[in-house]
Design a protein around this ligand. Structure first.
Ligand SMILES: [Zn+2]
Length: 483
């Protein structure tokens, strides 16, 4: 509009007026561009020609950018509603909001009601989804389409979680599809038996595979008074490795805390402004490999880095307010847990885990290195058994497995000891189908990185593809497509 005003206010106006009268006198046979062409030919100001030739294009662009601005405004409003709704659900469901660092103005103004407002929460989620779907359908701006579709997927999870909170359940697969956007593959007992046979062939001693694994693992339990220095050393190394590939915000930092009486073994609480609180549960014995896991999974390049990249690139740089809320039971968790698990291999590829454990962590913990190569080999095979926990969760949620059967399954196929199996059942009871995010999520992330040229032979490409993935709104469906 500014461009047209400047033309109409110029000395050129009289000629333009003549032409406009001409257009009206001969009807609509002349288009606007034809009209301007006539104006140009009659013009006594040739220097204006360039500007006028561009005028129709600029006019269209100007209208387009006005429409885009309106659409962005509308999308930002919907994003604010999305955050408000998530925070309102979090007033009731204490596990729903994992992190929020957005403006206080989006926090609920009222105290939580006595009764859980299931119906009104579901209605709000539906209304928002409809608005976002229609925007996604009509927009011509790629980033707006991505945002709208991403929020729709997240909202579908909000609705499912609201129903779960109201004790309205579906099957394990239906639940994981709605909450995390995917259905994890099912593996039968034979699949796990082959990994157990593999372990049988490498573990020292004779007899029950789990007992032999526990005996080996116990050599690498970190003494309680050494936990903090060992964890800090592992995190420092993971941070150094990550920083050699990514430029992290200058003020980023984390605090490490040892806690007890939790259903999980470690947790990253992202506080915003590039700060994380990392908690390690010391209820059970903590083995040396867990230090590397905490170093990478909870912090670098895992949860801490993922949250920072989203905050920096999308929330601060692009103003996408929806990212300031991290709802735990949502597709975002598939990306978060999958990338955090994949990040361990990224930061400590190949034999690096063993090398670093031998040269730094075991001496710090005052433990001997004998048997550590076999231990890490066994852990790699045990990693494949991670899918067995999904089957225990599937059985418990679909009520096809009793608690007792699930415990013996976890001990047999996940090589858990009594205390970790009990803890795992507590975890499944609380987080339900969330367990698929760790293994299936990791496989999907790995496959995405490989599809983008990142392999063990091309480590830089691996870091690049991974960093890109952590800096965007990615839907699980798009990852399944690339697999
Ligand atoms: Zn995690």
């Amino acid at each position: 509009m500014i461009i047209l005003d400047s033309i109409l206010n110029s000395k050129f106006l009289p000629t333009l007026k003549v032409c406009i009268s001409l257009k009206y006198s001969i009807g609509n046979r002349f288009s606007l561009s034809r009209l301007l062409f006539v104006v140009l030919r009659r013009s006594i100001y040739p220097s204006m020609r360039k500007l006028l030739l561009l005028a129709p294009v600029l006019f269209v662009l100007s209208c387009k950018s006005t429409a885009e601005k309106e659409e962005n405004k509308k999308l930002n409003k919907l994003a604010e509603e999305y955050v408000r709704l998530g925070l309102t659900i979090g007033q009731y469901d204490g596990d729903f909001v994992d992190a929020y660092y957005g403006p206080d103005s989006l926090k609920p103004k009222q105290e939580a009601a006595d009764d859980f407002p299931k119906d009104s929460l579901l209605a709000s989620a539906n209304e928002l989804m409809n608005d976002l779907r229609s925007l996604a359908h009509t927009t011509t701006v790629d980033s707006n389409k991505i945002r709208a579709n991403w929020m729709c997927d997240q909202l579908l999870a909000f609705s499912r979680r609201v129903r779960i909170y109201s004790e309205e359940y579906e099957s394990f697969d239906e639940e994981s599809k709605a909450l995390f956007g995917v259905v994890a593959p099912v593996y039968d007992e034979d699949y796990f038996k082959s990994s157990i046979a593999e372990l049988d062939s490498i573990l020292p001693g004779k007899g029950n595979v789990n007992d032999r694994f526990q005996k080996l693992a116990n050599k690498f339990a970190i003494p309680k008074d050494k936990l903090e220095p060992v964890m800090n050393a592992a995190i420092a190394e993971a941070r150094k490795r990550t920083k050699s590939h990514y430029q992290l915000p200058a003020n980023e930092s984390f605090t490490l805390e040892l806690v007890t009486k939790k259903p999980w073994s470690g947790y990253n609480w992202y506080k915003g402004n590039y700060k994380s609180l990392i908690q390690i549960n010391t209820d059970n014995k903590i083995f040396i490999d867990r230090a590397i896991d905490v170093g990478s999974h909870e912090s670098y390049p895992g949860h801490h880095v993922y949250n920072m990249l989203l905050e920096k690139n999308l929330y601060h740089d692009r103003g996408w307010v929806e990212l300031s809320l991290y709802p735990l039971f949502s597709p975002q968790s598939l990306i978060a847990e999958g990338s955090a698990n994949y990040g361990v291999e990224l930061a400590f590829p190949g034999n690096d885990k063993v090398k670093f454990t031998k040269s730094v962590l075991l001496p710090l913990a005052g433990l001997d290195t004998a048997g550590v190569d076999t231990y890490f080999k066994a852990l790699a095979i045990k990693g494949k058994l991670n899918y067995a926990r999904n089957e225990a969760a599937r059985g418990l949620i679909n009520e096809t497995m009793s608690r007792g059967k699930a415990i013996s399954w976890l001990k047999k196929y996940c090589l858990m000891n009594d205390e970790t199996a009990e803890k795992s059942i507590d975890f499944i009871r609380k987080y339900r189908s969330y367990v698929i995010n760790y293994n299936y999520g990791q496989d999907l992330i790995k496959s995405y990185v490989e599809q983008n040229g990142g392999t063990a032979q091309t480590p830089n490409k691996r870091w690049d593809a991974f960093g890109k993935l952590l800096s965007e709104e990615v839907t699980p469906a798009s990852l399944v497509k690339t697999k």
